[in-house]
Design a protein around this ligand. Structure first.
Ligand code: PEP
Ligand code: MG
Length: 346
């Protein structure tokens, strides 16, 4: 579905009965296009369709570079019904399961059982392919009704009581989620990921609650993968800088470029007026990613990227060149990135 956002005053400029041409590739909306424009777009549409069918046939092949390096391409999902898309686009698993949707779809917090059912459906549906489940990343750009009482109004929600910070202060709620994720790990391959980690103390506290959750399940006699791996999202500059310390407590890193760029450059990721300044190739961004990759590798960790950059045909080769091991993206973008991987040498 083509979509263009941030077109100022569009709705007041339109009249009933106007025709709109929405170009989601260029980010433009043309009101009442002329015959000539329609003809031009007809040709563009045909060319896109034939390119897409070429991408889909090449998508049956391995995500391997010309010099034989296999690249892991995974999918970002939010709901169980996206399992079909993960399979359709032949992603190698899920690199980021955003669990917020469960909390978004209800005005109360989901119970352990409700979460377990949802996670299990995805994990079992994709087994033996791995699924990286991220714990609740609420707040900032993700205000959620079910948890709004836990956060409250804030002057600076993007620098506020969000994600892992909120979870660590609500250990009962957090452990409900951790137990649900652990129990789902008995049905396939699960990797656990904490969002918005800013330093080692948060990682330590989260891992301590995880250890408690495991003990509780053992007491109940409920199964889980005792070797479940645990990763930190690297999306706050302090986590990138202190990557060597975090690596001691992590099994893998997942770089969240959406937030990392926002916090490195002080550019609100949702503000269209400054969107032109949101630059994934800013030297500070490129250097930071390289530093995180090198630090992770020096500690034997896998380093993946699950921000939008990973699914962008322009940036994916840059990320692989910087040494990133795995890219995770919207499932429909896997074919274009696979196509590029197959044309690259490492
Ligand atoms: C990110 O910040 O890059 C990311 C993947 O997480 P989200 O977009 O959910 O904040
Ligand atoms: Mg993020």
């Amino acid at each position: 579905i083509p979509a263009v956002v941030g077109v100022e005053n569009l709705t007041t400029r339109l009249k009933d009965g106007d025709w709109l041409l929405v170009d989601g590739y260029e980010g433009t909306v043309i009101v009442n296009p002329s015959e000539q424009t329609l003809f031009r777009y007809g040709k563009i549409q045909k060319a896109k369709q034939s390119f897409e069918s070429r991408l889909m046939s090449a998508n049956e092949l391995a995500a391997q570079t010309l010099d034989g390096v296999n690249v892991s391409l995974r999918a970002n999902i939010e709901k169980a019904d996206e399992v079909a898309l993960v399979k359709q686009y032949r992603a190698a698993g899920v690199g980021l399961y955003r669990t917020e949707f469960l909390y978004l779809s209800s005005t109360s917090l989901p119970t352990e059982e409700q979460q377990y059912a949802a996670y299990k459906e995805i994990v079992a549906g994709l087994a033996p392919a791995p699924v990286t489940i991220r714990t609740l990343d609420v707040g900032g750009d993700k205000p959620l009704p079910g948890a709004s009482g836990l956060i409250g109004p804030e002057a600076n929600p993007f620098l506020g009581f969000r994600a892992i910070r909120m979870c660590l202060e609500n250990p009962g709620m957090f452990k409900d989620q951790l137990r649900a994720i652990l129990r789902a790990s008995a049905h396939g391959k699960v990797e656990l990921l904490y969002p918005m980690i800013s330093g080692p103390e948060e990682m330590e506290r989260a891992n301590a609650l995880l250890a408690e959750a495991k003990e509780e399940l053992k007491k109940r006699g409920q199964a889980f993968d005792a070797k479940i791996t645990v990763g930190a999202m690297i999306e706050i500059p302090s986590a990138a800088i202190a990557g060597d310390v975090l690596a001691e407590q992590s099994d893998f890193f997942s770089i969240g470029t959406n937030d990392l760029i926002q916090y490195l450059l002080a550019i609100d990721r949702g503000n269209s007026r400054i969107a032109h300044l949101y630059d994934p190739t800013h030297p500070a961004v490129v250097r930071t990613i390289k530093q995180v990759v090198d630090t992770g590798h020096a500690h034997g960790l896998k380093v993946s990227v699950c921000g939008e950059m990973a699914g962008d045909a322009i940036y994916a080769p840059l990320l692989l060149g910087l040494g990133v091991d795995e890219l995770s993206m919207t499932p429909t973008l896997v074919p274009s990135v696979r196509y590029l991987v197959r044309a690259m040498k490492m």
